[in-house]
Design a protein around this ligand. Sequence first.
Ligand SMILES: Nc1nc2[nH]cnc2c(=O)[nH]1
Length: 195
Amino acid sequence: MPIGESVMEDKELLAEAVRLATESVENGWGGPFGAVITRNGEILARGQNRVLLTGDPTAHAEMQTISKAIQVLNPEAPSIAVEHQNESTLAYVARPEGSPDPLPERARMLQGCSIYISGAPCPMCMSAIYWSRMDAVYYSCDLEDTARIGFDDSFQYEDFERPLGERRIKIEQIHPELGANAYAAWTNRADRHAY
Ligand SMILES: Nc1nc2[nH]cnc2c(=O)[nH]1
């Protein structure tokens, strides 16, 4: 595993992200996006855009790399893979009996890590970066470069600046009293752990 690789410079790390991006394009797996997540100058995880391979619009380089980094840091964590038991129930793989609750540790997410990306992050990936609590983002091509090769990243940032009623996708609050039940279930849990 990459943990333990010798300390790498910014340029080397970015070059590795670009290598992953190019590999994805050459294999027809996805757009020209690759990423590495580092801690103390060492690579923790690598990822590349695999949207065309998987048909999954969330398979962006950054999302793939964040998931891998979390797995590397939490190898013993219960799998978040869901099994469809029936149409209305999702069962999570249970934590082994008696093992300590890893949530507080996991909730630190990727603090202390940085991400190097071939192109500036789209809003989805930037949100994931915020949620993962990374310290820094370094990218090579900017949003204008990305728009020029046909990707919507900068348009989405622009859309977020518009009032809700003027956005490209309809967004509207309906029945707030229903969701309030789930929110109450959360606030009623004494052992809740905000992340
Ligand atoms: N940064 C980045 N921008 C994208 N735009 C479309 N896909 C991607 C991706 O994987 N990463």
